[in-house]
Design a protein around this ligand. Structure first.
Ligand code: IVH
Length: 672
């Protein structure tokens, strides 16, 4: 088809205009034209491309997001996507180099590529004949999900590589992330439009790449830095990683400008320290540095372990700390009546989230910190761990200090506050205290308990305040009319909630026991109880002595459980809940698989992906014993970041050690 010159010109001009507006919108957050005008430009371009067969792989029409998918397609990585081993300090990094030198039988200094460890989501991009043909998540390293539709909306990822002709296949891997300014702009926009604000850049990026509707992804200003290559066919690349990065940049791919090559491990440590010093000034979030042997031939000869290469190491930075002021200390009443001091802070962005409240645990903690209202404090937050006040700064500079005083009466119901044990204080009113009632209902409905989606904290407060519910059994008596009549609740949300309440009736016994909120019975203990007693009646009839026979249950926990099941009100509540339809499959544990029977595990350090209790529950469920200390009888130690003496002892005894990634894969294999 011959295309009139005028049309060719219009297409070129439209592409230029659209690229210009994209830049204004995404990079500068200063759009010059309304969304509708932008859409009109795109529509016109789409029309012309179709009518005159002018579509190209790198046209902006390819980036706008396509029809939503029903589900993700799985992608098998031709070359597995590995993860990294990690270290937390200087000596460990030196040990990394020593191990390498030993393997290479050489004591010469090596050259390394040093890079920021960007906190985002790993991705693989496949370019076939220079055109982006597929993008996939890492998944479990072997199989990921096809996210091409979403990745095409990322402006800095080229749809076509520059100057690559002929038949070739090139897979580049890297991290998709949301910059700090991008995140702030997004939240400013959300606030203006009254939509939901995002919690932190990493989660926002992770959510955005896994959207089925790429139009939603297109609204998030995602970015990417490439950090390695996978498949390389029909194209020759340099022999050193640092040079490969330069080559990738030539091809138009985004590479991290804060990378550096370093000779010898001292230079790598210098890099880590200077990166740490400028961490706050970087426009993207990092959780460490990555040190990689630069020469690919050496990489090859070093090879890999089960999940990670021997030639690379993540040097993880300590948890981020920031200072802020304590505006006030208030007291919260928990579901078992514990009265806990909570610091209200001048909001501060630390470890990827804005922190405005943090628990102080108990009065002893306040004494230990020497904390008074008005003090400037250091707040620390690592990974998904709850933020913590670590110390008070310059107490002498607080000109208007106020001492924190424990209230003598419950802030929620006015009943007396009593001392319970060494450090705890409790509201003496029990379940008639509205705060305790609310908290126990919130716990019951929560995700790890009965998992009633939509019954969140605010709604529970509202339902109790309006006297629609008093206890957890009342949840199952709520009607559609009652819910739809609530302020800020539409008929659709009310119906969804009714469905979720109905759906929660089919549960499991460990969940139900955990949901009841028996003191000291977390999800791991609930699981251990079910493994031992198999159903609720034998458990309810058990004496403290019977209960102590369960692994990991001591006299105090046994006492709490026995007291709970000796209480008539509690038994009546359970009866009512079962009558309303709550049921669970009865598991015949005698035939249930117990692949870890007889094995002892120790968990140490911080687990980032799953709460320690959940890990414990899974292990106990699979028949393992979870011990608190490492000995010769330990079969396996699961060590998260920050693991110290237990890990050292495990290594000394030559025990099997898994990091969290390996542990998750191990559980996955067992429970498949
Ligand atoms: S290299 C074979 N380099 O950290 C090495 N990873 O487990 C594979 N990450 O899944 C990773 N920045 O998502 C590498 N400069 C960087 C990185 C990086 C962030 C992520 C990556 C990986 C995880 C470590």
């Amino acid at each position: 088809m011959t295309v009139p010159a005028k049309i060719k010109q219009e297409v070129a001009s439209l592409r230029k205009q659209i690229a210009h507006h994209n830049r204004l919108y995404h990079s500068l957050d200063a759009p010059e034209i309304p969304d509708a005008d932008y859409d009109a430009l795109l529509l016109r371009l789409e029309e012309l491309e179709q009518d005159y067969d002018l579509a190209t792989a790198d046209s902006p029409t390819q980036r706008v997001g396509s029809t939503p998918l029903d589900q993700f397609t799985q992608v098998r990585h031709e070359i597995a996507m590995l993860s990294l081993d990690k270290v937390f300090g200087e000596q460990e990094l030196r040990d990394f180099e020593s191990r390498i030198q030993k393997r290479l039988n050489s004591d010469e200094d090596l050259s390394y590529s040093c890079e920021p460890k960007v906190d985002g989501v790993a991705v693989s991009l496949l370019y076939e004949d220079g055109v982006l043909s597929r993008a996939a998540t890492r998944g479990d390293g072997v199989t990921g999900e096809d996210i091409t539709h979403n990745v095409k909306t990322i402006q800095s990822i080229p749809l076509k590589l520059k100057g690559l002709n002929g038949s070739s296949r090139l897979e580049v891997r890297g991290e998709i992330f949301l910059s700090k300014p991008g995140f702030e702009k997004l939240n400013e926009r959300a606030q203006k439009e009254g939509t939901k604000v995002f919690v932190n850049p990493r989660n926002t990026a992770a959510g955005a790449v896994r959207q089925l509707d790429s139009k939603a992804t297109a609204k998030i200003p995602l970015e990417m830095y490439c950090y390695s290559v996978g498949i390389v066919q029909g194209i020759s690349l340099p022999t050193h990683l640092s040079e490969i990065f330069n080559e990738l940049a030539e091809l138009g791919l985004p590479v991290n400008p804060d990378r550096q090559t370093a000779h010898g491990i001292d230079a790598c440590l210098d890099y880590c320290m200077s990166l740490l010093a400028k961490r706050d000034d970087l426009v993207y979030e990092i959780d460490g540095a990555v040190i990689k042997v630069d020469d690919l031939v050496t990489q090859q000869s070093l090879g890999q372990n089960a999940k990670s290469p021997r030639w690379a190491m993540a040097y993880k930075f300590p948890a981020e700390e920031k200072s802020t002021r304590v505006l006030d200390v208030e007291f919260q009443v928990g579901r078992t009546g514990t009265v806990t001091p909570v610091a209200r802070l001048d909001p501060v962005f630390v470890g990827g989230v804005t922190v405005s409240n943090t628990t102080l645990h108990n009065m002893d903690e306040i004494k230990r910190l020497g904390l008074r209202i008005g003090d400037t404090v250091v707040v620390r937050r690592a990974g998904d761990v709850i933020p913590k006040i670590v110390k008070v700064l310059h107490p002498e500079k607080n000109k208007t200090p106020r001492k924190v005083k424990l209230p003598t009466t419950c802030p929620a119901c006015g009943s007396a506050v009593e001392k319970d044990g060494e450090v705890l204080f409790r509201c003496s009113a029990g379940i008639i205290c509205p705060a305790q009632r609310k908290e126990s209902i919130k716990h019951f409905a929560s995700r790890t308990a009965m998992d009633i989606e939509g019954l969140g904290s605010k709604l529970v407060d509202q339902l109790v305040d309006e006297e629609l519910i008093e206890n957890v059994a009342d949840i199952y008596k709520l009607t559609l009319d009652q819910l739809a009549g609530l302020e800020r609740m539409g008929t659709k949300s009310a119906q969804n909630l009714i469905n979720a309440i109905e759906g929660s009736k089919a549960t499991t016994l460990p969940r139900f026991l955990f949901a009841l909120g028996i003191r000291e019975v977390g999800d791991a203990t609930a699981m251990a109880l079910v493994n031992h007693f198999e159903d609720i009646d034998p458990l309810a009839n058990a004496t403290p002595e019977d209960l102590e026979k369960v692994a990991d249950i001591g006299p105090i926990v046994a006492q709490h459980i026995a007291i709970f099941f000796n209480n008539k009100d509690n038994l009546a509540l359970i009866k009512q809940l079962r009558k309303s339809g709550i049921h669970w499959p009865v598991v015949d544990t005698s035939v249930a698989e117990k692949p870890l029977e007889g094995q002892t595990f120790v968990l140490t350090g911080t687990l980032e992906a799953m709460p320690r209790n959940a890990a414990k529950a899974q292990l106990v469920g699979l028949g393992a014993k979870v011990a608190g200390s490492v000995s010769r009888n330990t079969d396996c130690v699961v060590a998260g970041p920050g693991a110290g003496s237990k890990l050292a002892k495990a290594e000394e005894l030559g025990l099997k050690v898994m990091d969290e990634g390996e542990f998750l894969a191990f559980l996955d294999d067992l429970t498949k």
